[in-house]
Ligand binder design. Structure first.
Ligand SMILES: O=C(O)CCC(=O)C(=O)O
Ligand SMILES: [Fe+2]
Length: 336
């Protein structure tokens, strides 16, 4: 882990100034303006009154806690492996080795089958199917995860449409890219950490997809890098979701909206749960700045990129190179 990520340097600003957007407000023009402002200046906002049923969130939380409360040997039966030869692409994984991220996770997909490029090489065309694993205990785990994921997906589409309007393009301009999406939920559990000053729950990174919709518990700990270089805590708001811009939205918007750099702290006393839902395009999609947003004066700032391969570079790289996790998009930047 890079020194700049170690906790002694973490003097995050206490003030909660990450924008909060009330989605029950009826004026579309108002919402669109709020979203434009948040995406342009922050790359992150929280949404409240979003329409996701509270009972569904509560049911999901109960089930995920039951899963993680099991002995580690049980959870390891669902272990996914970073090695391409090994079977699971979704499932359980631990990153709790000393200086690595202090957490265990369970990843779940929403699609029954997803094909992705087998390697990140330019000329390679081989595809492989992503393989799922689901636990038998708790018995309603899969159902609760899929129900939750579908709600997150609905919310993501709604947000994406507001984002399109905020960019001045047609409301459903980006929807087609998500037809065969590879959306994924990740349940993160950070056990209490005896050395919170020397570890992070999640190290500094940007999310590679389009949008992330995250719920964190009241332990909090999520921090975002503000444009002025300050780390700012994302305050826990009951029943809110944290929404952030990912790399693909940065490309489509021709950098009008920038992908958010963020990380999460651990707690020495309390375990922490956090659930990001990654809203990702279909793996065959080629992503490039929208033509409506480029012209003679505003040249495309990015070259076209193949999302499946880009995703693979994160997935197969598996957070092993912290610098890579904030700089990956630079490889596709067009020099001025
Ligand atoms: O632990 C957290 O809350 C942050 C998780 C996150 O940013 C991610 O998994 O991409
Ligand atoms: Fe993230």
């Amino acid at each position: 882990m890079a020194d700049c990520d170690a906790a002694p340097a973490l003097q995050a600003n206490e003030v909660n100034d990450v924008p909060v957007i009330d989605l029950s407000i009826l004026s579309a023009a108002y919402l669109v303006a709020e979203i434009r402002d948040a995406c342009e200046n922050w790359g992150v906002f929280q949404v409240i009154n979003h329409g996701v049923p509270l009972e569904l969130q509560a049911k999901f939380e109960l089930v995920m806690k039951k899963f993680f409360a099991q002995p580690v040997a049980e959870k390891r039966k669902l272990r996914k492996d970073v090695d391409v030869e090994n079977p699971y692409d979704y499932g359980y994984e631990e990153f709790v080795e000393n200086v690595d991220d202090w957490k265990e996770v369970f990843d779940f997909p929403l699609e029954k089958e997803t094909m992705m490029p087998a390697s990140t090489g330019d000329g390679e065309r081989d595809m492989r199917e992503l393989i799922h694993s689901w636990p038998e205990y708790p018995p309603n785990f899969r159902e609760a995860c899929e129900e939750y994921g579908r709600e997150m997906e609905k919310l993501s589409y709604r947000l994406m449409e507001l984002i399109c309007l905020s960019l001045g393009v047609q409301r459903q301009r980006l929807n087609g890219f998500f037809k065969d999406h590879c959306n994924m939920g990740r349940i993160i559990h950070c056990p209490p950490c005896p050395t919170p000053h020397a570890a992070l729950g999640t190290h500094r990174h940007t999310d590679v997809g389009a949008l992330t919709v995250l719920s964190q518990d009241d332990v909090g700990g999520l921090e975002v890098l503000r444009r002025d270089g300050e780390w700012v805590q994302v305050k826990f708001i009951p029943n809110a979701y944290v929404v952030n811009v990912g790399d693909m939205l940065e490309v489509w918007s021709n950098k009008k909206y920038q992908s958010l750099v963020h990380r999460a702290k651990v707690n020495s006393e309390r375990e922490r749960f956090s659930v990001p839902f990654f809203f990702n395009p279909a793996l065959y999609v080629v992503v490039e700045p929208l033509e409506e947003l480029t012209d003679e004066e505003n040249h495309a700032k990015y070259r076209a990129l193949h999302w499946g391969k880009y995703y693979g570079s994160r997935k197969y790289g598996n957070f092993k190179n912290p610098d890579m996790d904030v700089l990956r998009l630079n490889n596709f930047m067009v020099s001025e």
